[in-house]
Design a protein around this ligand. Structure first.
Ligand code: GAP
Length: 465
């Protein structure tokens, strides 16, 4: 089982402290969200898992953290100033603005949902292009419309990788093929943000730019796509909820020769063909970016395509004595959409022996915000409380552990199940006699007695299974 719809996750998130509406006390913003005590842990676990897998476990990838605000020329030569547009339409009646290619996702104030051609009350204008980059101005002296002070919040982290290609290559003494990975915020002035954290103005990307010879690009594309789908399953996204979608040539981004979107079943309540939307994209960006940021390449009339760059980002292959611009394969995945998919996939309902429905978030242990909760059976008994707190302190350095005595044991178990804690450790009267505690498994609700001395090894083994 997984969540029946995103709304289920919205209410669980609010109830338990994963995600809250940003600036909620002022009515919110509709398209910005804050990550609460559990949400920040889950997001960090996703990022840690991705970074470990790519930067630490593989030997062909370096990490980077580039600036959100870059010289405006980066966005000129990347093509974003010219082409990073969405088609915008206005409704003459309700006065709202919508993205033409996403009408099915939006809520019109006059009727519940748009169905193109089925909503005669709507009076949409012709589409026009709307640039998605957030603009800002640099410097204390600038006026708001001073073009010399214009800057953008980055709409993708990728460009910081391309502009640093030479720096990383030279300082790490790498040879291609190799990749550069980066996690960071990106910003897009989306026309119709929505569906909780699925489409927001501010989000986080985990991007890998993998540089290779042009004739290796297809094979690299296939192997990274396969590796990513394996990683997604490792963090708890089931294969049945994933679908690969080959983007049609006429819909490809300006830099892409081939793109496959990995779609997740974010909308299981919809009709079969509308259940899916993009979780990640993998693109063959060819040599587009390295070339367009380089000072040397010329157009057909012999004019430099980039008269502003001071560097050439070509690569010299010492084996063949050839100089060329590497091809780039780019898998790009959003932290926020991954978090939503992980939560949806983990969501389960189970009925207890009293016939009550309980929510269990069956997160992979690696993802769980809290790995172990230590619960005293009697909080008015100082020796029990003391032992429970000591166990918490001793486990904490090796696994995220909390102490909780804010309710009866049944309530505490239910709360930990709902936030995905794999194990509860209960300290009872007997523990004071036999130095053993009860370990309860989130998924089976089975309980086992374990000696306090053996507890850390026992839990580590079960968490890392
Ligand atoms: N550098 C390539 C690139 O940015 P993209 O398909 O536009 O490609 C990559 O974005 C990923 O970033 C998406 O698959 C999605 O997970 C995430 N993403 C994009 N726009 C988003 C938004 N407005 N809100 C949340 N996540 C977003």
């Amino acid at each position: 089982m997984s969540a029946p719809n995103i709304e289920t996750i919205v209410s669980l998130s609010k109830r338990r402290g994963f995600v809250f509406p940003a600036s909620g006390i002022y009515g919110g913003l509709g398209s910005a969200w804050d990550y609460g005590p559990l949400g920040v842990e889950l997001a960090n676990n996703i990022k840690k898992s991705w970074w470990n897998w790519l930067v630490y476990e593989r030997d062909d990838i370096e990490g980077l953290d580039s600036s959100i605000i870059q010289n405006r020329l980066v966005w000129k030569y990347s093509g974003h100033e010219q082409t990073f547009h969405d088609p915008l339409v206005d409704c003459r009646k309700c006065k709202k603005r919508f993205r033409l290619d996403k009408l099915e996702d939006v809520q019109c104030p006059l009727h519940n949902e748009f169905h193109p051609g089925e909503s005669p009350e709507c009076s949409l204008t012709e589409a026009r292009e709307f640039n998605l980059m957030f603009r800002t101005t640099l410097g204390a002296v600038s006026s708001d419309d001073d073009p010399a002070a214009l800057a953008y919040l980055r709409p993708e982290t990728a460009q910081g990788i391309f502009t640093n290609f030479g720096n990383v290559l030279n300082t790490s003494r790498r040879k291609i093929p190799f990749g550069i990975a980066q996690i960071g915020k990106a910003f897009r002035n989306e026309i119709t943000p929505g569906n909780f954290i699925f489409r927001t103005l501010e989000f986080e990307q985990m991007e890998l730019e993998y540089f290779c010879k042009p004739d290796e690009a297809s094979q690299v594309f296939e192997s990274l796509l396969e590796a990513y789908t394996e990683w997604m399953q490792k963090i708890g996204i089931s294969k049945e909820n994933l679908l690969l979608y080959e983007v049609e040539p006429e819909k490809l981004a300006h830099y892409s020769k081939r793109t496959v979107d990995v779609m997740y079943r974010f909308f299981p309540e919809r009709s079969a063909e509308s259940q899916w939307d993009e979780l990640m994209g993998i693109a063959n960006r060819t040599d587009f970016d390295l070339k367009s940021h380089s000072k040397k390449p010329e157009d057909t009339e012999g004019k430099r395509i980039n008269p502003d760059s001071t560097e050439d980002l070509s690569y010299f292959d010492p084996q063949t004595n050839e100089r060329f611009y590497p091809y780039v394969i780019e898998p790009s995945i959003g932290v926020n959409r991954t978090l939503l998919a992980v939560m949806m996939d983990a969501y389960t309902e189970k009925t207890n022996e009293k016939g009550e429905m309980r929510v269990i978030l069956r997160l992979a242990p690696e993802m769980a915000p809290i790995k172990v909760a230590v619960l005293p059976l009697a909080k008015n008994k100082p020796e029990i409380v003391e032992l429970a707190k000591r166990i918490k302190r001793e486990l904490q350095p090796s696994m995220r552990t909390v102490y909780d005595d804010t309710g009866g044991i049944g309530k505490l178990y239910a709360r930990q199940d709902e936030i995905g804690t794999p194990f509860c450790v209960t300290v009872d009267h007997q523990s004071l006699e036999d130095s053993a505690v009860t370990v309860r498994d989130r998924d089976t609700w089975e309980q086992e007695r374990v000696g306090v001395d053996a507890l850390q090894t026992y839990l580590s083994e079960r968490l890392n299974k």
